[in-house]
Design a binder for this molecule. Structure first.
Ligand code: FAD
Length: 400
């Protein structure tokens, strides 16, 4: 093997690309990750569920992330739709399914910062403005960077985001749609302790979610509203923003004080079928974009990464081509159910809130009523929400 030849080349060094690179390296593949560093000013946080935390532990990243992460002991759903059939408030406690926490709320910038530090010497990290050439051959893919360097690999993990040039080069055409909604995100301080409970207020124009941050008196806001409303909320004076946010929270967290600028993320959805073709496997938002409702996006990406590591390892063990059509078909098959079920569940929940059709609200109310009163259903939904019921990739198995 010459210096620039790899078993796996990951294109894109956002959270999905870095985790994929480290998962492939952990599985024993000679791996390169190519792309610019993630934006350290990314103000978002991600609620990462237990399987994702296990993966971070396996690659040795968790200890450095843990001090900046807050456990999510419970998730509370509040019906704030004002509908005639108002659903009861439901609180799910992780202890009901024998877990200390559903997961942890982790700042994206901390996550990518720690993963970057773990990269060397486990893998080769090529910091480049962009991969501009993607030439798919019979036995390998040749990648050329904007600076003119070339690399080759039998398998490319495309973690190059929702526009994914690698996906285009592989001939995979995504199915895209948009919502007339956007999420307004910021961090804020409050005078009442959040008690490690994440609260979702289900409103007519989208959920408003407050996710606990470390220390008890800080939370992260994900406020989904119509595009016009989101633009208005971002432009509000601090005093008006505080007044409106406190109004929606109804005293839950006491008085609030913003700690970061507000940022807006328009909502959209995207799927790709298949998830792998022509030596390219799609990872993260290159393969699926999902609205920030129910904290699914990055957790799906972690499962992409760990599944690809399993599929490639089994191809290698059987003397097969890790980037060949059989291996990529197995990867695509393994990811389809998990990705599709989560995308459509989030879509359905979102659309049921937006609907002005009373029976839809009645059904949603009845569903939440069942969740608040039927223990086996509660447990099933809790387990399903944090991990797929199908096989769990080996890097996500609980240690010990
Ligand atoms: C408001 C909000 C809240 C969210 N909350 C949660 C949550 O609680 N839990 C959760 O699981 N998920 C959450 N998500 C989803 C999560 O943030 C995304 O899934 C995640 O950030 C996407 O990561 P990615 O690495 O796939 O894509 P990106 O972060 O977009 O990374 C793609 C990378 O590829 C690089 N790139 C692009 N083209 C090239 C090229 N040609 N060559 C090299 N590199 C290239 C880009 O520079 C970029 O660094 C949330 C999303 C939003 C919007």
């Amino acid at each position: 093997m010459t210096l620039n030849q790899y078993d796996v080349a990951v294109v894109g060094a956002g959270p999905a690309g870095l985790i994929a690179g480290l998962a492939m390296a952990e599985t024993g593949f000679k791996t390169a990750v190519l792309g610019p560093p993630a934006d350290p000013r990314d103000g978002r946080t991600a609620a990462l569920f237990q399987g994702s935390i296990e993966l971070l532990k396996k690659i040795g990243a968790w200890d450095a992330i843990a001090p900046s992460a807050e456990p999510l002991d419970a998730i509370r759903l509040v019906d704030a739709t004002g509908a005639l059939f108002r659903a009861p408030e439901v609180t799910f406690h992780a202890s009901e399914i024998g877990e200390p926490a559903f997961g942890y709320n982790v700042p994206n910038a901390v996550l990518t910062g720690v993963l970057e530090k773990r990269a060397a010497p486990r893998l080769t990290r090529i910091v480049t403005a962009a991969v501009t050439g993607i030439d798919i051959g019979a036995t390998h893919v040749t990648l050329t960077t904007e600076e003119g360097a070339t690399f080759s690999a039998a398998l490319v993990a495309a973690a190059d985001g929702r526009q994914s040039p690698c996906r285009t080069a592989a001939g995979i055409i995504p199915n895209r749609w948009s919502y007339d909604q956007a999420a307004v995100v910021c961090t804020f301080a409050h005078t009442r302790n959040h008690k490690r409970i994440s609260t979702e207020f289900h409103r007519r124009c989208g959920p408003l979610t407050v996710v606990p941050a470390p220390g008890g008196l800080t939370s992260n806001l994900v406020w989904v509203d119509t595009l016009n409303e989101a633009e208005r909320i971002v432009a509000l004076s601090e005093t008006d923003f505080i007044r409106e946010l406190e109004g929606h929270l109804g005293g839950l967290l006491g008085s609030v004080r913003p700690l970061s600028p507000r940022r807006m993320f328009p909502l959209s959805g995207q799927t790709a079928e298949p998830m792998g073709k022509n030596r390219v496997a799609l990872i993260g938002e290159a393969g699926h974009v999902i609205p920030p409702i129910g904290a699914q996006g990055l957790n799906l990406s972690f499962r992409d990464a760990a599944t690809l590591a399993d599929v490639a390892a089994s191809a290698r063990a059987n003397g097969q081509d890790t980037g060949g059509a059989d291996a990529l078909a197995r990867y695509s098959d393994a990811r389809r159910g998990d990705v599709t079920s989560r995308i459509w569940t989030v879509d359905l929940l979102n659309r049921s809130l937006l609907s002005s059709f009373a029976p839809v609200h009645m059904l949603r109310g009845l569903g939440l009523f069942a969740l608040s009163t039927v223990p086996p259903l509660r447990k099933r939904i809790m387990r399903e929400g944090i991990a797929p019921p199908q096989s769990i990739p080996s890097l996500m198995h609980r240690a010990g």
